[in-house]
Ligand binder design. Structure first.
Ligand SMILES: NC(=O)c1ccc[n+]([C@@H]2O[C@H](COP(=O)([O-])OP(=O)(O)OC[C@H]3O[C@@H](n4cnc5c(N)ncnc54)[C@H](O)[C@@H]3O)[C@@H](O)[C@H]2O)c1
Length: 340
């Protein structure tokens, strides 16, 4: 398949690019490098440095190519990872998030529609559920995001449903819980970093750095927040399955033209448990202190991933220890992150 991966120079998009190439697909990466890294893009993929909201860039990318009888779409599928991802920043600057994650996303969707590209896979998030009443959270739980980041993802999911109804775009919304780990030299290098596991590992590596736990009076077993961690390799494998289900007319999946799946392990770990696992895996005594809880942090987010297990036969293969071990290797090899 000819695929376009937006945000393919970022953490998850770079691993996805690698898996697509390994599976024999052609990959073009579209990334404006605002947060991505040129050196995270695998050899074998073509990197186009540009913005998903730039119509000129999109027109150039999506101009049709000659086919056996008539011109055909330039890509078979778009996998859309590009976006801004920091919840606290979205609370301070919602305009930035609606602009990048929604307005520019609409430009991309319009270009996809005009180019008659049929398959679209979208990086959604557990943040669309807000603070769910019931955990594990199933896909039919109410979508009540508690911050603008989650709002942008919910809105984009609605846009996909509308574009599907109006123009027949086949799409998958994959709602990720907490993604972590590394694969084949590709790992997490967000600047600034806000995710738990890399923050713990950075505190293990950088002298003077202390890991902060945000709040210990949540209604959980040790008072710290509970999250569900999924290895980036398991997550990207699920994308390959979703892509296959979307593009295969013989797919036995229910509603194969509009897939919605949670991606998580169905296991929850408190922040203290993740911290303890990191000390065990790294063999380091890691400096830690308690800090104020952050507004909008749900006490517990655990996925029910029964739906994708049943419909696509997906199962996460990696444990929390595997996730930390692989991330630890990446951070030890790249203490200052990617070179660019
Ligand atoms: N990392 C997680 O735990 C997690 C959880 C839930 C959902 N997600 C979603 O997964 C996607 C990827 O997350 P990530 O952790 O890899 O983030 P990332 O910041 O590492 O990657 C995002 C990439 O998108 C690029 N980008 C942003 N805006 C762009 C634009 N307008 N045009 C072109 N490129 C642009 C950035 O340069 C970056 O390379 C995001 O959409 C995020 O919301 C991530």
């Amino acid at each position: 398949m000819r695929t376009l991966v937006t945000g393919g120079a970022g953490y998850i998009g770079s691993v996805m690019t690698r898996l697509l190439l390994d599976a024999g697909h052609e990959v073009t990466v579209l990334d404006n490098l605002s947060y991505g890294h040129r050196s995270a893009v695998s050899n074998g993929a073509k990197l186009v440095v540009g913005d998903v909201g730039d119509e000129l860039v999109l027109n150039r990318l999506f101009s049709q190519v000659p086919g056996p009888e008539s011109p055909v779409p330039s890509y078979d599928a778009v996998l859309h990872f590009a976006g801004f991802i920091r919840v606290p920043e979205s609370v301070e600057k919602p305009d930035l998030y609606f602009d990048n994650n929604v307005r520019k996303g609409i430009a991309l969707l319009n270009a996809v529609g005009q180019a008659r590209i049929s398959n679209f896979v979208f990086s959604s998030t557990a943040a669309v559920y807000g603070e769910p009443d019931k955990v594990p959270v199933a896909e039919d739980a109410p979508l009540l995001p508690t911050n603008p980041y989650g709002d942008t993802k919910r809105v984009f999911e609605e846009l996909l449903a509308s574009y599907h109804r109006a123009y027949g775009l086949r799409y998958a919304c994959l709602r990720y819980f907490n993604v972590a780990g590394a694969f084949d030299g590709l790992g997490e290098d967000h600047r600034p970093e806000t995710h738990l596991i890399p923050l713990i590992l950075k505190a293990a590596l950088e002298p003077g750095r202390v890991f902060e736990i945000y709040g210990d009076d949540y209604p959980t077993k040790d008072g710290t927040c509970v999250r569900d961690y999924i290895h980036v390799h398991d997550l990207c494998r699920a994308h390959l399955l979703a892509l296959d289900a979307l593009s295969n007319p013989k797919s036995k999946t229910q509603n194969p033209e509009s897939l919605i799946f949670n991606l998580g392990s169905q296991n929850g770990y408190t922040n203290r448990e993740v911290f303890a696992a990191a000390e065990k895996v790294t063999g380091c005594k890691i400096p830690v202190r308690m800090a104020e809880c952050r507004p909008g942090d749900a006490p517990a987010l655990i996925a029910s991933s029964e739906k994708i297990r049943k419909e696509l036969g997906w199962r996460p293969a990696k444990t929390l220890d595997d996730i930390i071990q692989d991330a630890w290797q990446f951070h030890r090899r790249n203490p200052a992150g990617y070179p660019d």
